[in-house]
Every structure is written in structure tokens, then in C-alpha cells.
Design a protein around this ligand. Sequence first.
Ligand SMILES: [Zn+2]
Length: 387
Amino acid sequence: MLAFHPIEVLQKRLPCFYVGDYLPSNEEKLSKRNEIAKDFRKLDTKLRSLGYYKTHMPFYYREALKLMTMWFIWVYMSIAGPNHVVNWIFSSLIGSFLWHQVAFVGHDLGHNGVTHNKYRDNLLGILFGNILGGVSIGWWKKSHNVHHIITNSPEHDPDIQHMPFFAVSKRFLNSIYSTFHGKVLVFDNAAAFFLQYQHYLMYIILMFGRYNLYLQSYLYVIRDTFVPYRSTELFGLTLFWAWYLTFLSHLPSWSAVFISMFITHAGTLLLHVQISVSHWSMSCDDVEDEGFAEKALRTTMDVECPPWLDWLHGGLQVKIPNFVIIISLFFFLMFLDRFLLIFLIIFYFIRIFLNFYLQLVSSRSSFISSTSSSQFKTCCSFCKRFC
Ligand SMILES: [Zn+2]
């Protein structure tokens, strides 16, 4: 309760639902649980008093600027850049990096952790999630909240339910019922085949994981019985496909379209790995009488990362704090993303300079060609290859 709700909800709304205290089955568990819960409450009070739950808006303004700059560079380079495979690969990597980074802003918005106003955070979530990334913020909230509440439970947590491709618990081999998907996750012939190679296939399958997110988004928005902002969500997803397909249609060839689509989507593999690595290797057992913070510590793992690389992981490297203090913001841990912004600005100016240089060389070479001077012919053919 403490981890999931802002202070005004804890103080004003939740008391209306109070019925009584739940007692665990034995005293030893009770004291251990109380100790962890007590420490957790102390930590929460300390962080609140230090102001860690207050939004540092300049961080999000900078994030928005960073994301829009990346979008612009990606689209501009792909369409207006040199008609060359190196350009398509490089620009697509920027596109995949944009979708990687936008997920972290989407995460904070999904937790109502930016403006702390449900309506505004949802609208911004639709802007960054649905329109910029093609993934429904509502679907993400639905699955992610369950993931936080009942982490690594084979029957309940959608983040570890990936049959027939992956099974992180032996219990998946008994065709268990998923309460999230409302169906049995069958251990069939396909599962028997894929699971024996899952440790080899993991990275290859995750390269195509984003297509599943598109599918899940549409299934949620169209079929789910309760979808807040259904029409706005649908409009956002439609807008995403409108700009993305228009963008693809402006690429110079089918090869460029294929390379762009493949690399942009496959590059988001990094995000799927970051998400899965913190949980898949941890306990998937059902433990009775376990407190929220205790469960988070058992099912979640931090990943060591040098401070200068913090910006890349968007808080996922410190997954345990992310789980026990959900509503707090992790911008304090990610200050170093200013380096990415500086890099992008420098890169943008280098790109303008290169364009200018290439145009100069191009006009010079056509001028030299028009003189029909044989002594320049080698130079012209050389330049043309690069222009
Ligand atoms: Zn979260």
C-alpha cells in the first residue's frame, strides 16, 4: 500500500477500506515480516522528508527535449541522409534508442509519478507511449501494476508468462492457468521444442518482442472490458501507425525499409533484456505470509553498473528500489543522461556540417565535370561515389 500510493490517498481514501489486520500463521514469520516492514516504513518516511517524492520537472523537460531531438535526427537522417546502407543502419539505431529511452518516461507516467495527476499523466503517457512508441500506456499500466504486486508468480505475473518460448519456473511445464490472460498456458509440442533451446533462442526471440507489444496494445484497447480513455488510446495508436508508415514510405528503397524496421525493432532488445534480467534469475516460489518489501527483495535483482552509464538503464539497474519505492522518481540516479543530450547536439551539428560539405563537394564535382577536363576525372568519380 505504502509503495503504490501517494500520501493523500494513504491518508484520505485507503482508511475507508480498512477492515482489520491480517495475522500470519506463526510468530517467527510475524516478527521477521514486521522488522522488514518497519525498516521499509522508516526508509519511506526519510525519503519523503528529503523530498525525493517531489517531481523534479526540469528532468522531464530535458527528457522530452532529448526524445524529440532523437526522433528528429532519426527521421531526418533516414529520409534526407545519404542513400547508403551505413546511413540506414546508423539512423535506425537512433530510432531504436529513442524507443528504448521513451520506455523509461512511459514507466514514470504509468505510475502517475510525473505530474501526480492521473488524467494529465495518462494523456502524457498516450503522447509518449501510444503516439511516439506505438505501445498502449493503458495496457502497460494494467500488466505492470500486476507485475509489481505479485512479482514472479507463475500464475499471476504477466512479465514471466511467455509460453511457448520461455519458462522461468518448472511449474510452466504443467500447463498452469494465467489469471492475467484468463487462459491456460498450455505446455504443448511448440513449447516442448522451444523451451529446450530457450537459453540459445532468448536474444533472438527478444529481438522481435516489440511486435508482440503492438499486438497486446490493440488487443487491450479493442477487447478489454475496462479501458479508461479507450478512444484517446485508439487515436494515439492510429496516429503512431500513420506517422510511422508515412516515414517508411519516404525511405528510398525496400531494402532501406527492411533494414530500418528490423534494426529499429531489434535494437529494443536491450530494454527486454534489462527488464527480464532483474527477475528471471530470481525466485518464482509462492511464499506465504510475505510482506511487500520482503517479496520485492526475494524476486528482484539489482545489476551493477558504473555511474557514468546510469542514464542508459533508466533506473532498471536499481530494480529493487524501483520495486519497493514505486512512486518515487529515479532521476536522482540518472543525472548523467546530460552526456547523451550533449552527444546528440554535437552529433546534430556534425551532421549539418557533413551535409554542407557533401553539397559543396557535389557542386564542385559537377562544376569540374562540366569543364570536361580529363585531369579531374578521377577526382569526380571518387566524389560522386560519396555524394
Ligand atoms: Zn514500475
